[in-house]
Design a protein around this ligand. Structure first.
Ligand SMILES: Cc1cc2nc3c(=O)[nH]c(=O)nc-3n(C[C@H](O)[C@H](O)[C@H](O)COP(=O)(O)OP(=O)(O)OC[C@H]3O[C@@H](n4cnc5c(N)ncnc54)[C@H](O)[C@@H]3O)c2cc1C
Length: 614
């Protein structure tokens, strides 16, 4: 935030700086008052037992809390380590500035061997939300569901699996469609996740869609029946502002208590089996709070495995090494996978496309946003997405994301630091294009084969975990990126994009000077240097059947334990063919039903029919 203000001042935009300063001030004041009063008023000072404790208020945690609280007899406590922050954080156009700010966990990977060579020490930054709402307050808000075949493999031992009944119904339960697909049979309204058309879109999006149409790709709703083709993005936006399940939760329930700045340090077990409570810290004070019916970990793909391992649930050898007593030996932290991408600023145009830093910093844009909730401040960055099946076997393996901008847009002030880009890559490559219009048409590996791990550094809850996604360790992942670059070359060669003067940026990437530009070897060198996360890690507490190498079973219960569930991106055993937030929310809806059913079964209020419905 400070860098945002000082940057705006340096750019000579005192009006915008003043607005930003006031918004920050109001947020800090609100946060201080909330924290001050919550310290004295929140009932868990008096009540130290709830029916459910949900750890983390992100995309999944908010849904689970919301649904468990639908039974007004249940009391639900949400413990969130991050701060409670207000409207400033919901302005879509300011989203990139939240990375490396006070609402980011500041995670980063260990140095990567096979990729990321243009990043400082080969380390990729992994932003994640340390704020009420978690990463759903930091993300780019793209709403994309994935392909029906993605989910079948998640429940492969379940012979009753039906996409429409077991998956689509939960996407629809969560959705509040407010845009052009409102009346579609495959969308629904009234759910906690707002989905709308983009309030601001540049003319480049239509040029791009004309280009792919001319190559016979179809343009349609990728979240409806057919999932291959291209579409203008829909986003998690309501009236021009970010809207996540956490926003919905805030306005919905009385029997949910949300405690921010509450960092959970350990899950407490009795008899090395039943989870009965958690220990958490709130401004240096330690508290223990118990759960009668269950503890749901929704601390995210890094936070949940970290907390399980700190509490004795994890790989035996690793826990021994870091001096944590074993509760149960499970492959926690294994199976880490992430969508890999590259190619920012790879396309140069000879015409402007209508979104620049000066558009964002102009007082007119501020007024447009404040009074009409429109204009560049509502831009989410990505305007078009496409899903391609390069093998022609019906299963998508490549995503294309289209951004009318790149990291050169802010003249090196923030974005290159957010990516952890080496100074040499900036000065010898990106900085050279600052006076040009660059756009980003980026390929994403939808089903990478590289697998990594999350591990503890030591047994201190406040130490950062060791994150190793092992990027590009499998040649397949490089192949898909190269196929993506080939397709992008075809797209920019079409007439609609030639009219904008679109061409590949032919300055050789630092480190790849010895290869012939546009040769296969050049592109392999390029992707291994400019390897980027698409910010979609999953898999560290995988869902799976009894005999599978997994952490939670199909009821989202941690294996070999009782009353302990994991529900967040970490349970996704593989990546969907899409940005993952919609799938995380969908799986949380499904998990909430399972947890409710578990409650009925254990309280003896089981109906025969429900047993067959499982
Ligand atoms: C920059 C970025 C852009 C993205 N863009 C998109 C996009 O456009 N579309 C899309 O579909 N997906 C996107 N994603 C991915 C998506 O937002 C996440 O996958 C999703 O939000 C994950 O939800 P979650 O519930 O698993 O975890 P989170 O939302 O991260 O929630 C975890 C919560 O747990 C809290 N927590 C962690 N540890 C503790 C602890 N010990 N005690 C208490 N609380 C704790 C955290 O503070 C956090 O609030 C993006 C991600 C990033 C980082």
């Amino acid at each position: 935030m400070i860098s945002l203000t000082s940057f705006a001042i340096r750019c000579g935009f005192p009006f915008v700086s003043f607005i930003i300063f006031m918004l920050i001030f109001m947020c800090i004041l609100k946060e201080w008052m909330f924290t001050y009063f919550s310290n004295y008023l929140l009932p868990e000072k008096i009540i130290n037992e709830f029916d459910y404790i949900v750890v983390g208020s992100g995309s999944a945690g908010s849904i689970v809390a919301l649904r468990l609280a639908e039974n007004s007899n249940n009391t639900v406590l949400v413990l969130e380590a991050g701060i409670c922050a207000g409207i400033l954080f919901d302005i879509p156009g300011l989203t990139p500035l939240l990375q490396k700010s006070l609402v980011d966990w500041h995670y980063s990977t260990v140095p990567q061997k096979h990729g990321g060579w243009a990043l400082k020490n080969n380390i990729s930054n992994w932003p994640m939300g340390s704020i009420y709402g978690g990463t759903s307050r930091l993300n780019s808000m793209i709403y994309a569901r994935g392909h029906p075949s993605d989910f079948k493999s998640w429940f492969k031992n379940d012979s009753n699996y039906l996409y429409e009944k077991h998956i689509l119904s939960y996407f629809m339960k969560a959705e509040d469609q407010r845009g052009r697909y409102k009346s579609s049979q495959l969308h629904s309204t009234g759910g906690p996740l707002a989905v709308d058309d983009l309030p601001f879109i540049t003319p480049f999006a239509q040029h791009f869609l004309d280009a792919v149409s001319s190559l016979n790709f179809s343009i349609h709703d990728l979240n409806g029946g057919e999932n291959r083709g291209f579409m203008k993005v829909q986003a998690n936006i309501k009236s021009g502002s970010r809207w996540s399940p956490a926003h919905h939760l805030l306005y919905s329930k009385n029997n949910v208590i949300i405690k921010t700045n509450a960092f959970v340090e350990e899950i407490l077990f009795s008899g090395n089996y039943e989870a009965y409570g958690v220990r958490y810290s709130h401004f240096g004070n330690k508290f223990i709070v118990n759960a009668r019916k269950g503890i749901v970990l929704s601390a995210g793909v890094v936070g949940s495995p970290k907390l399980l391992m700190l509490s004795g649930v994890g790989p035996k050898d690793h826990l021994e090494k870091v001096n944590v007593s074993l509760v149960t030996d499970l492959p926690v932290g294994d199976n880490l996978q992430d969508h890999i991408t590259t190619g920012l600023d790879l396309i140069v145009l000879n015409k402007s496309v209508g979104l620049s830093l000066s558009d964002l910093l102009s007082p007119v844009s501020a007024f447009q946003y404040i009074f009409h909730k429109r204009g560049p401040w509502t831009s989410i960055g990505c305007e078009v997405i496409g899903v391609i099946d390069t093998k022609g076997n019906g299963v998508p393996d490549l995503q294309i994301m289209v951004l009318p901008t790149g990291i050169t847009a802010d003249f090196g002030a923030h974005l290159r630091h957010a990516l952890n880009l080496k100074d040499s890559a900036w000065t010898h490559y990106f900085e050279l294009f600052q006076d040009k219009t660059t756009v980003s048409i980026i390929p994403v590996v939808l089903h990478p084969k590289s697998r990594g791990t999350v591990r503890l550094q030591d047994n201190n809850p406040y130490s950062k975990p060791l994150i190793d996604p092992n990027y590009l360790s499998e040649p397949y992942d490089v192949e898909i990126l190269l196929k993506g670059i080939e397709l992008i070359k075809k797209i920019i060669g079409t007439e609609p994009l030639s009219r904008l003067g679109a061409k590949l940026n032919d300055k050789k990437f630092p480190g790849c000077e010895n290869y012939t530009f546009d040769s296969r070897n050049y592109w392999e060198c390029y992707v291994r240097h400019f390897t980027l996360t698409s910010y979609h890690p999953v898999g560290t507490c995988s869902l799976g059947g009894k005999n599978e190498k997994s952490v939670v079973n199909y009821n989202f219960k941690v294996k070999n334990t009782n009353k302990l569930f994991v529900v967040d991106a970490s349970v996704l055993p593989t990546l969907p063919s899409a940005n993952i937030n919609a799938a995380v929310v969908m799986i949380a809806e499904k998990a909430a039903d399972m947890i409710k059913l578990e409650d009925k079964l254990s309280s003896g209020r089981c109906y025969l029919l429900e047993v067959f419905l499982r």
